[in-house]
Design a protein around this ligand. Structure first.
Ligand SMILES: Nc1ncnc2c1ncn2[C@@H]1O[C@H](COP(=O)(O)OP(=O)(O)O)[C@@H](O)[C@H]1O
Ligand SMILES: [Mg+2]
Length: 243
């Protein structure tokens, strides 16, 4: 399935997601084009993680439509969504601490066993540290290494769209720089489309081609990364006093 850069890869239209009676997404419209890095910024509790999880079908959208590469995936189970080419590195990394680095990576390859060796090599090239530590238990890695493992595990399913939920959370500035560098490389050198949620708005907007701002379950602003960096409203709400 060859798709040219710039084609819409992912479209969400009028997506609402609920936790019981709580409406966490209140009608989300957004697109991610092939080849882009798109970031979603917003305060704690805005619904950013819910949006990424809804893309993976857990929880499922109650209303609205999600189309990936021309196919409606709104009602598909997570495993089928992963098979179609979407993978997520979740908030808090969620690696398996008692399993080795290699075992964690093997789990990510469950939906793409045929290309296992090739993907493993690719992940080890991106993250040489994971190769050095492949026999070590996940729980003994540093925070930055665990983040690399979470991204590496997502890459093992050979996705075309990589979802990253707060990859910089809790990491030191030097490590954040390394992680963002790898995200840029994955996009630029491997042609992977990236949709990334971040609280570190400054770095995320500098890296992203386009961005969305989310407030209380709704998208309130969109533009280029550079445009939002310069936007006074965004500056006041997300950029001043830090970073
Ligand atoms: N499993 C859940 N059950 C009930 N409410 C939830 C659950 N997960 C998140 N929420 C609520 O949904 C809203 C959005 O949360 P979340 O998507 O985690 O926001 P963000 O990632 O932007 O911090 C919040 O009000 C949060 O309390
Ligand atoms: Mg979150």
């Amino acid at each position: 399935m060859d798709r040219a850069a710039g084609d819409p890869m992912l479209t969400m239209t009028g997506v609402h997601t609920f936790y019981g009676a709580i409406e966490a997404l209140k009608g989300i419209d957004l697109t991610v084009a092939t080849g882009e890095i798109v970031t979603l910024i917003g305060a704690n509790g805005a619904g950013k993680s819910t949006l990424l999880m809804t893309l993976c079908g857990a929880p499922q959208a109650r209303y609205g439509r999600i189309v990936f590469e021309g196919e409606d995936i709104t009602r598909l189970p997570t495993c089928q969504i992963v098979r179609r080419g979407i993978a997520q590195s979740p908030e808090g990394r969620r690696i398996f601490p008692r399993m080795t680095v290699l075992e964690n990576l093997q789990l990510g390859a469950i939906t793409a066993p045929a290309s296992y060796a090739e993907e493993l090599e690719r992940v080890f090239l991106l993250f040489p540290r994971l190769k050095e530590r492949s026999a070590q238990r996940g729980g003994t890695l540093s925070g930055g290494e665990q983040q690399m493992l979470a991204i590496g595990r997502a890459l093992m399913s050979r996705p075309r769209l990589l979802l990253l939920d707060e990859p910089s959370l809790g990491l030191a500035p030097l490590v954040i720089r390394q992680i963002f560098q790898v995200i840029r490389d994955i996009n630029r050198d491997h042609g992977m489309t990236v949709f990334m949620v971040e609280q570190n708005a400054h770095r995320a907007l500098r890296l992203a081609h386009r961005a969305y701002v989310m407030v209380n379950g709704l998208i309130t602003l969109t533009g280029t990364g550079a445009g939002l960096l310069a936007n006074p409203e965004v500056r006041a709400a997300y950029l001043e006093g830090g970073h």
